[in-house]
Write a protein that binds this ligand. Structure first.
Ligand code: UD1
Length: 420
């Protein structure tokens, strides 16, 4: 198992190029099985989750051909329909194969994903949506077994207690492309990754309108044809590097970023005292020496993303005054709090809210990564801390950040990966 050893205190300077979005890429890869003929995806990040999805699709009859960051997916065999538990357990986004399997092959057996470090992760909205399209769904030995003839267009409401569901919307949108008639999704998730999925589906011949809004209309078509698509830049990776620049009091140019996907993030970073400006097709990020405390609530897009909550928390550990961070998407997503406390952070948690009392300095310590974004927060804290920080269980980080230590080292950080 790898660890990262970070000698903190270096100011980051230079340019970092943002990779393609993991969360856009995963449901797009799954949707490739809807097509006749190969799909070629550009700017696919080399990440453990992407490899896991390619492995799962391999079991489902799709061949993956890689050339640098270009991936061509070709359907070779349409008989398999089983996404096994040991694959789904490793990566929850495996649930994205459910809609495409059902729409194209008429059957799907997908292991029911369990909970994970960020809390309970139900999939009732996915199932309710597919049932509305005409699927019969049963639970058998921990697997969701879904069958259908041709799906039928329907009105589907995807609102849940914590807003909509991103992958639920992806599943219903993908499945409805091949349904007979028109599907209307109300309370669809609006994340840019779903607009990217719709762009890919439309390039294959689908008729999806309204993606990126809560009201999405999909007119079903008879068949889809593979196409070429370039994945959008990863807004969560970009936000993480913005926090890295700010926490080290550095000056970083973020290349290939979509600031229009990051308005809430930029708003909160500016409130902290981070200077974010559009520059040369990207953004330049620097920070004032003193950071200000902020209040933030995570929300579905276009609100502040839950996937940057931990990183923002690491940043405001060093701000003047008390910051209040409330988690409204995954209310238990606070595993990083105890680890940040090991580095001297002062954080008081009260239900879904954390109150962070800024301190003058963090101190390096051995810490344990618990999930992907919590790990990123610990790396950020390590970059700013005095002394050495050892981040254990780096495999979480490898799921979602392409070559993170290489990118940080190129900006002047002192980080080494140690394989044990
Ligand atoms: C996606 C992202 C993840 C991000 C999350 C929220 C991918 C691969 N993952 O996950 O990085 O943190 O969106 O932005 O894109 N819920 C229900 N019923 C359901 C489904 C979800 O109640 O059927 C609840 C969840 O428990 C959670 C909230 O809805 O509280 C949002 O979850 P959801 O949008 O489904 O997350 P994912 O799509 O799994």
């Amino acid at each position: 198992m790898d660890t990262l050893v970070i000698n903190g205190g270096q100011r980051l300077r230079g340019t970092v190029r943002i990779s393609g979005s993991k969360n856009a890429c995963l449901p797009i890869m799954a949707a490739a099985m809807l097509a006749e003929g190969p799909s070629t995806l550009h700017r696919v990040p080399a990440l453990a989750d992407i490899k896991a999805m390619a492995g799962l699709l391999g079991e489902l009859g799709l061949r993956s051909d890689w050339q640098d960051d270009t991936l061509t997916l070709t359907v070779e065999d349409e008989t398999p329909s089983h996404a096994r538990y040991d694959l789904v357990r490793k990566m929850r986004a495996s649930i994205s194969v459910l809609g495409p399997l059902l729409a194209k092959r008429g059957r799907a057996r997908v292991a029911m994903p369990g909970g994970c470090a960020i809390g309970a992760r139900p999939i009732d909205l996915h199932l309710r949506g597919l049932e509305a399209l005409g699927a019969q769904i049963e639970l058998e030995s921990g697997d969701i077994v879904a069958t259908a003839g041709r799906l039928r267009g329907a009105e589907v409401y995807l609102g849940g207690p914590f807003g909509s569901s991103v992958l639920g919307t992806a599943n219903i949108m993908s499945a409805a492309t091949l349904a007979e008639g028109t599907t209307v999704i109300e309370c669809a998730a609006c994340e840019p990754e779903l607009t990217d999925l719709a762009d890919y589906l439309n390039a294959m011949g689908a008729r999806v309108t309204g993606a990126g809004t809560p009201h999405v209309v999909i007119e079903g078509v008879e068949h889809l044809t593979g196409c070429e698509h370039t994945v959008i830049p990863d807004r969560i990776e970009a936000g993480t590097f913005m926090c890295a620049a700010a926490i080290t009091n550095g000056e970083v140019h973020i290349d290939r970023v979509r600031l229009d996907h990051m308005m809430a993030v930029v708003d909160r970073l500016r409130a902290v005292g981070v200077i974010v400006e559009k520059a040369d097709g990207g953004a330049s990020v620097s920070s004032s020496r003193r950071l200000h405390a902020v209040e933030t609530t995570t929300q579905p897009y276009p609100g502040f993303p839950t996937d940057l909550q931990a990183q923002l928390m690491a940043l405001v550990c060093l701000a003047d005054g008390n910051s209040v961070i409330t988690e409204k998407v995954f209310p238990d997503r606070f595993m990083h709090v105890a680890e940040l406390a090991r580095m001297g952070a002062q954080i008081h948690k009260e239900g879904p809210t954390a109150i962070v009392t800024g301190c003058r300095r963090l101190v390096g310590a051995p810490v344990m990564a618990s999930d992907l974004r919590a790990s990123a927060a610990l790396v950020l804290a390590g970059l700013a801390a005095g002394g050495q920080t050892i981040v254990n269980r780096v495999y979480h980080l490898d799921r979602g950040y392409e070559r993170i230590e290489e990118k940080l080292v190129a900006l002047g950080a002192e980080i080494t990966r140690v394989s044990t």
